[in-house]
Design a protein around this ligand. Structure first.
Ligand code: ATP
Ligand code: MG
Length: 346
């Protein structure tokens, strides 16, 4: 194997646990071969990701070289990579800021939080668009009470986004014949649909585009980071360990693809019984704070598990606008914390 073959081999190697290769994520910085020794320099950001990629390399190449020296290039200073993946496209030049709401895990409250962040920013007078990037489980139309609306076009052949609570919304849920039609698209079709939502929707000029990401760390998250200069990402978790494990994976991925993160929101933090007002820590205590500390991120806020939070999203009444005072306050604090993020331009 010569050096070019080694570089090509590494570029084609899958990143452990993701549907992308090291080459696609631009993680192989350089390679060198001296007789039977290979030196490989990785530009991974977190130590954990360096260790897992290194292990994958050693597993596949150990029989080819007598020594394999896998090194980690010093992490570049944060603002050199300001914005996103190395050189992301910008499919949404009309948006001043792009906020991605994400998590490695499903059902932790990403959509509920996205809706409330978007409405909260609109309440402050900003022009806000909400893009539902969950192609297979689009929930935002119901959470905003627009699930019966269907797509319309304007005279310039652009899709007219739906509007409610002062925000513009686009979701695949508005494109299907009925709100519960299941989609069985291949992932490449799903990705093209999202790009069309960025390019062919009459968003107008936006101060903020909030993106409600699907669960997981797959194609859609990576494509969004490649196609948009994400200003900042908000990671959602619940306190229990399985959820924090999944969110850790998502954090490492975002670090590696250079997406800045505003911090972590812990949702369903605790339950307050409506009758006795007693607090129950159903999912344990402090999971969000621990993850935040581990990765040097801010804990942006904690949202209690309440019956009215669930009812509010089922009934299309965002809690930040129509919920109890406790919920309004929890969401507003998060919106204020996001606005303090240094990358935000307003
Ligand atoms: N703080 C909360 N208290 C009570 N219920 C909540 C709370 N946050 C979210 N829920 C409920 O939990 C369910 C899942 O929330 P949501 O759809 O926002 O999660 P998600 O992470 O977007 O899920 P998915 O991964 O499926 O997209 C919803 O029924 C929602 O109403
Ligand atoms: Mg969702």
């Amino acid at each position: 194997m010569n050096n070019v073959e080694l570089k090509n081999f590494l570029d084609a190697l899958p990143y452990p646990g993701l549907s992308r290769t090291l080459g696609e994520l631009k993680l192989v910085d350089s390679t060198r071969i001296d007789e039977t020794k290979a030196t490989i320099v990785l530009s991974t950001v977190s130590d954990e990701s360096y260790l897992s990629v290194k292990q994958a390399i050693l597993n596949t190449l150990s029989n080819r070289f007598s020594t394999i020296d896998v090194q980690q290039k010093l992490a570049p200073a944060k603002d050199i990579n300001y914005g996103s993946t190395a050189t992301p496209n910008n499919r949404a030049p009309y948006a001043k800021n792009i906020i991605a709401v994400t998590s490695g895990k499903g059902g932790v409250g990403k959509s509920t939080l996205s809706v409330n962040i978007a409405v909260g920013l609109a309440q402050k007078g900003y022009k806000v668009g909400l893009l539902d990037a969950d192609i297979y489980g689009p929930n935002t139309p119901r959470m905003l009470g627009i699930e019966l609306e269907r797509m319309r076009w304007n005279d310039e052949n652009k899709i007219i986004p739906s509007e409610n609570f002062g925000i513009k919304v686009m979701s695949v849920g508005l494109t299907t014949p009925a709100e519960d039609t299941p989609l069985v698209w291949r992932s490449s079709v799903a990705v093209s649909a999202l790009i069309q939502f960025l390019e062919d929707v009459a968003w107008g000029n936006l101060d903020f585009m909030v993106i409600d990401m699907p669960p997981g760390t797959g194609d859609i998250q990576l494509t969004m980071a490649e196609e948009l200069p994400i200003t900042t990402a908000v990671m959602v978790t619940t306190p229990q360990t399985v959820a924090t494990d999944d969110v850790s994976r998502a954090i490492r991925m975002y670090q590696d693809i250079h997406v800045p993160m505003a911090g972590i929101v812990e949702n369903m933090s605790y339950f307050i019984a409506p009758d006795t007002l007693k607090r129950y820590d159903i999912f344990g205590v402090g999971g969000g704070a621990l993850v935040a500390k581990k990765y040097g991120l801010k804990l942006l806020g904690e949202i209690p598990l309440t019956i009215d939070a669930r009812e509010a999203s089922d009934e299309g009444k965002p809690a930040i606008a129509m919920g109890s005072d406790v919920l309004k306050e929890s969401y507003r604090k998060i919106v204020d914390e996001i606005l303090k993020e240094k990358n935000i331009r307003i």
